[in-house]
Design a protein around this ligand. Structure first.
Ligand SMILES: C[S@@+](CC[C@H](N)C(=O)[O-])C[C@H]1O[C@@H](n2cnc3c(N)ncnc32)[C@H](O)[C@@H]1O
Length: 323
């Protein structure tokens, strides 16, 4: 199959159907083609990760692997396509300018748009800090004659990048996150870019919420092998950022009940509102895996204070106090 056929097929299975196996197969076909076109694969050995003061920009190989996080890619692409349709309605026939911060080597989340919209309808500002990934994206757009979509290739730090005054960006996309917003610079990128969005524009993901839950660790493991609807109790929101919550608040306090009622652990769960109907929630993909805080008994009857700390690997500083 040729590139265009493969991409069209990816788009049709992602948008039209509810067939996870077909999406899995189609994304793997696309991946194989992109490996060949860019020379970058998820199995490359070199570690070209970059440690910024605001988080880790993952290596080109790890970023290549993101395409194969099938449910993540499927839901992001569905949300992004919907957002472009909505922006086209809102902004009449203006070309929709899309800033993609952290393209990885394949620009995986916007490439499918080229099978739906013409280069008169959408234009890409492709921003990436990793030189291998940036070069791979350039090679890709040349190889498949997609240059007309590209307004600019920008090798820069998205945490510091300033959109030129004469450019209106209607849609900003950045998926530069890890579980519970730890390790990677998503928060600092949102802090920099969200205020630079054009009036009426859209940021994807729309909102990210990290909640503290009491869980039964044994039932959670069971649930991974055979769904068993494990009991979970929401205790509160530890951190939230996005179009619904901006600027975010770095400190939160959450009370843990005295009675832990058979729950064994406290864990952080990440909810990602992508756009419209598209969400990623517990266990949907690697980004939604829980992060353990401690045992439920250890914190029973106490209040935990959390502080989200921006660093080379963003993390939560937390401690318990008597309620
Ligand atoms: C999780 S990967 C996602 C790759 C691709 N967007 C996708 O969804 O498949 C994040 C990408 O963002 C890039 N990145 C991380 N922090 C960045 C920053 N501060 N400025 C520019 N790019 C960054 C990384 O180098 C990596 O390629």
């Amino acid at each position: 199959m040729k590139y265009q056929e493969i991409l069209n097929h990816v788009v049709s299975v992602i948008l039209d159907g509810d067939n996870p196996k077909a999406v899995y197969d189609a994304l793997h076909d696309l991946y194989n083609l992109l490996v060949e076109a860019t020379g970058i694969s998820a199995h490359d050995n070199g570690d070209d990760a970059i440690f910024l003061e605001t988080g880790k920009a993952i290596s080109s190989a790890q970023a290549a692997h993101c395409l194969l996080e099938v449910e993540r890619t499927r839901r992001f692409v569905r949300g992004i396509v919907q957002a472009v349709h909505d922006l086209r309605k809102k902004f009449g026939n203006q070309r929709i300018n899309i800033l993609y911060a952290g393209t990885g080597p394949y620009s995986a989340l916007v490439l499918p748009l080229t099978a739906i919209f013409s280069s008169k309808e959408i234009g890409f500002f492709l921003l990436e800090i990793n030189s291998l990934s940036m070069q791979a994206v350039k090679n890709l757009y040349e190889r498949f004659s997609l240059q007309e979509y590209v307004q600019a290739y920008i090798q820069a730090d998205a945490v510091k990048y300033q959109i030129p005054d004469d450019i209106n960006i209607h849609l900003i996309i950045s998926e530069t996150m890890h579980q519970a917003l730890k390790d990677e610079p998503q928060v600092s990128i949102m802090n920099n870019l969200l205020p630079q969005l054009a009036d009426g524009g859209i940021f994807i993901p729309q909102n990210i919420t990290v909640n503290l839950l009491m869980i039964d660790g044994g039932r959670e493991i069971q649930n991974m092998f055979a769904p068993c609807n494990p009991p979970r109790q929401l205790l509160g929101t530890v951190y939230e950022i996005g179009m619904k919550k901006f600027p975010s608040i770095n400190i939160s306090r959450i009370a843990v009940p005295k009675e832990t009622k058979g729950f064994t652990d406290l864990s952080l769960f990440t909810e990602i509102e992508i756009y419209g109907e598209e969400f990623l929630t517990a266990y949907n993909c690697g980004l939604n895996l829980p992060v353990r805080i401690g045992s439920a008994d250890q914190y029973a009857g106490k209040t935990i204070e959390f502080e989200y700390v921006i660093a080379e690997r963003p993390y939560y500083h937390y401690f318990a106090m008597e309620s």
